[in-house]
Design a protein around this ligand. Structure first.
Ligand SMILES: *Cc1c(COP(=O)(O)O)cnc(C)c1O
Length: 319
């Protein structure tokens, strides 16, 4: 069941015409400032505003006719929910989405806008996986989790496949990490296409379970971390993603929230790209100077752009 580069190639064919081939942005200012050549893969411009549409469409378009008729259930704090809601709409598949009651309102409203049935739960008291599994068995729905699924991982890997296909060899690739679906898919693709490309996973400092798991080689968890990177508040890497991260990822680093927000605003101002906090994790690590990038060709996945603008009053002080 562990996905391979062949599965990413297959996913790339599967999503053609449905997902956008997103642009790659560059900035002379950033290149001059870092002494590197930095390529930003703009998944904030992907359909539904994040790379998650890639995995969601890859998974749902492979449903059997019977599975399509019965529908899909998933749990997500936001972007995977929107992606499943939209992919299901495109494919005509009924979809039930289990979301935390404190998920950003923009993400809940967008999910409902794509025609998903949203069921809210209390993050502190209830287990979203258990709710998802119960709905799956009660209603005959197929569960498609946000990251620990071979079709999801393979779909997410297509962003890096496109990036390397477009810009050529990279020395380093910075990838935001929550449950590790994007990171493991990216790392499989990078290793297959450019064996010398080092892939770096980036987490918010408060949710550093993946970095600790990577260092100790034992799965570590974190409970409901407080961070503006709401797309990376996952409790741990998955049973599929963790071994892939250990096998293919060169290092895991973390970024604190003030640095993350500062980078996010910098991307808005310099690149004119609206990126959400989680989406700026890779850029924050690349620009922080803690991992040397001078003289290198560096890829950065800007993973999403679904900003909750109601948070601006609290965030703007970090600009
Ligand atoms: C989901 C998400 C991530 C993390 O992806 P995982 O596959 O869970 O590691 C990063 N950035 C954004 C914008 C996301 O929506």
């Amino acid at each position: 069941m562990t996905p391979t580069f062949d599965d990413i190639e297959s996913a790339a064919k599967q999503i053609v015409g449905a997902a956008h081939k997103t642009p790659v942005a560059t900035s002379r200012t950033i290149n001059a400032r870092t002494g590197a050549e930095v390529f930003f893969k703009c998944e904030n411009l992907q359909r539904a505003g994040a790379f998650k549409f890639r995995g969601a469409y890859n998974a749902l378009s492979r449903f059997t006719p019977d599975e399509r008729r019965r529908g899909v259930v998933t749990f997500s704090s936001g972007n995977h929910a929107q992606a499943i809601a939209l992919a299901g709409q495109v494919l005509g598949i009924p979809r039930v989405i289990v979301m935390p009651s404190d998920a950003p309102e923009v993400k809940r409203i967008a999910t409902e806008g794509y025609g998903g049935e949203v069921i809210l739960y209390d993050r502190d008291k209830e287990d979203r996986e258990a709710i998802g599994k119960r709905l799956a068995s009660e209603r005959g729905l197929t569960l498609v989790p946000p990251y620990d699924h071979p079709h999801i991982i393979a779909g997410q890997g297509t962003a890096t496949r496109e990036l390397i296909e477009e810009v050529g060899a990279l020395d380093l690739l910075f990838v935001p990490c929550g449950g590790g679906g994007l990171l493991s898919g990216s790392a499989i693709a990078a290793n297959a296409m450019e064996a010398n490309c080092k892939v770096i996973g980036v987490e918010p400092a408060a949710g550093d379970d993946g970095a600790r798991s990577f260092r100790t080689k034992t799965l570590q968890t974190v409970n409901n971390p407080k961070t503006v990177a709401d797309g990376a508040r996952t409790p741990s890497l998955g049973s599929l993603t963790f071994p892939l991260v250990l096998q293919y990822v060169a290092d895991m680093v973390t970024v604190d929230d003030p640095t993350l927000l500062k980078t996010m605003f910098y991307l808005w101002e310099r690149l004119k790209l609206v990126v959400e906090p989680t989406g700026a994790l890779g850029a924050a690590a690349a620009l922080a100077g803690t991992t040397p990038i001078r003289g290198l060709r560096v890829g950065v996945i800007l993973s999403g752009g679904n900003v909750d603008l109601t948070q601006m009053p609290a965030w703007i002080q970090y600009r």
